[in-house]
Ligand binder design. Structure first.
Ligand code: CMP
Length: 134
């Protein structure tokens, strides 16, 4: 089934100059870029995106990091895009991410894990509406 998913190339990747390499991983896998923008976000916007994590211990440093510099939200589409993007990304913790995944190759640790991606059709719909008004 063709799906849409929301990906964020995080500020660590943009700052390191690796955004193009990360984008190439998705394109080489046959996913289509539907929307994409370089932008900076406020803490209030980060709170909306990460609404389910606001009370978690890891959230304050994540909020700080996501507002520290430019990031790139994008909408990707394709067959089973949500699961395929998550497989390309690898485990949330870059130290546990499988070799050859985006987080293993470009992430560090904690919030600095290179990318975010929607984890379900419901979160994809919510995140696409939040980031791109569509
Ligand atoms: P992301 O996909 O952006 O969604 C939540 C983020 O919180 C996650 O990637 C990580 O960067 C960060 N994070 C840090 N610690 C944890 C944790 N224990 N569980 C989930 N996410 C964590």
């Amino acid at each position: 089934m063709s799906e849409h998913t929301l990906v964020i190339i995080k500020p660590d990747v943009v700052e390191a100059g690796n955004a193009g390499k990360v984008l190439a991983r998705y394109e080489e896998a046959g996913l289509t870029i539907e929307s994409m923008e370089l932008r900076e976000i406020t803490g209030e916007f980060a709170d909306q995106h990460y609404a389910e994590h606001l009370e978690r211990d890891f959230y304050p440093p994540l909020r700080e990091f996501m507002t520290s510099g430019p990031l790139i939200p994008l909408i990707l589409s394709g067959e089973d895009a949500i699961a395929r993007v998550r497989a390309l990304n690898g485990a949330t913790d870059p130290k546990k991410a499988e070799a050859g995944t985006i987080r293993a190759d470009f992430g560090e640790s904690g919030p600095r894990n290179a990318v975010h991606a929607s984890d379900s059709p419901e979160s994809a719909a919510r995140e696409i509406a939040l980031w791109f008004n569509r």
